[in-house]
Design a protein around this ligand. Structure first.
Ligand SMILES: Cc1cc2nc3c(=O)[nH]c(=O)nc-3n(C[C@H](O)[C@H](O)[C@H](O)COP(=O)(O)OP(=O)(O)OC[C@H]3O[C@@H](n4cnc5c(N)ncnc54)[C@H](O)[C@@H]3O)c2cc1C
Length: 192
């Protein structure tokens, strides 16, 4: 008789766990309290606009690709990742705005138009934050935190102190700072 797993919640976490469990021979039941699946990854629509309820930017497509390959499926048969250009537009003081794109050459032009110093500062920031992302990935994102000891130990705590970035030291333009603050309100904040 196959083992049975019951999952509460059909958000991305519940659905992903269900796929992995099914692949490992479990019988799976998912219970969802809302009328639709997806959890926080959802939208709300008015006549003129569509709003993301949470996730706006897919930062780590590889996580989704890995899930599909884990269950021997090709993600392209199920999902289409669409590159958006610009990813988003940040407004400041009514008429001023800056577009953010995945294309580094376009982004360079946009930032240079605001300030050459900040253009340099922005790329220093990207390099700094990428180094921190690698630390966060290794010690936090891809590591199970099953017991308090998994987090509250000397190695993890010392790494936690290393992932703080002092953005205002690298950038002075208010519009670029505002954009980064907007991004930092997103738990995941890079693009494909
Ligand atoms: C403001 C905001 C912005 C974000 N932006 C991004 C982004 O840009 N990019 C990105 O990748 N991620 C983003 N995230 C994170 C992403 O939305 C979450 O990490 C992800 O949706 C969490 O999925 P989950 O399955 O763990 O939880 P949830 O999506 O919360 O799913 C939980 C599910 O369980 C159901 N449930 C709860 N209790 C019960 C119960 N008792 N019985 C039955 N069902 C129950 C809920 O209805 C829900 O469907 C953002 C999150 C927030 C809050």
């Amino acid at each position: 008789m196959s083992k049975k797993a019951i999952i509460i919640g059909a958000g991305i976490g519940g659905l992903s766990s269900a796929l992995r469990l099914l692949h490992n021979g479990y019988e799976v039941e998912i219970y969802e309290k809302e009328n639709s699946i997806g959890g926080r990854v959802n939208i709300t629509e008015t006549e003129d606009f569509t709003f993301d309820l949470t996730a706006s930017i897919l930062m780590m497509p590889d996580v989704y690709k890995e899930l599909f390959s884990y269950v021997n499926k090709n993600y392209e048969d199920y999902l289409e990742f669409i590159e958006i250009d610009p990813i988003y537009r940040v407004f400041s003081d009514g008429n001023h705005f800056i577009d953010f794109n995945t294309s580094m050459s376009k982004l360079t032009k946009n930032l240079e138009a605001i300030s050459k110093d900040d253009y340099l500062g922005y790329f220093k920031f990207i390099s700094d934050v990428y180094e921190k992302y690698l630390i966060a990935n290794k010690y936090f994102l891809e590591k199970s935190q099953d017991t308090p000891k998994d987090f509250f130990n000397l190695t993890t705590l010392s790494k936690a102190f290393k992932i703080h970035t002092l953005l205002p030291l690298m950038i002075s333009s208010q519009i670029i700072l505002k954009m980064k603050i907007f991004e930092n309100t997103l738990p995941f904040n890079l693009c494909m």
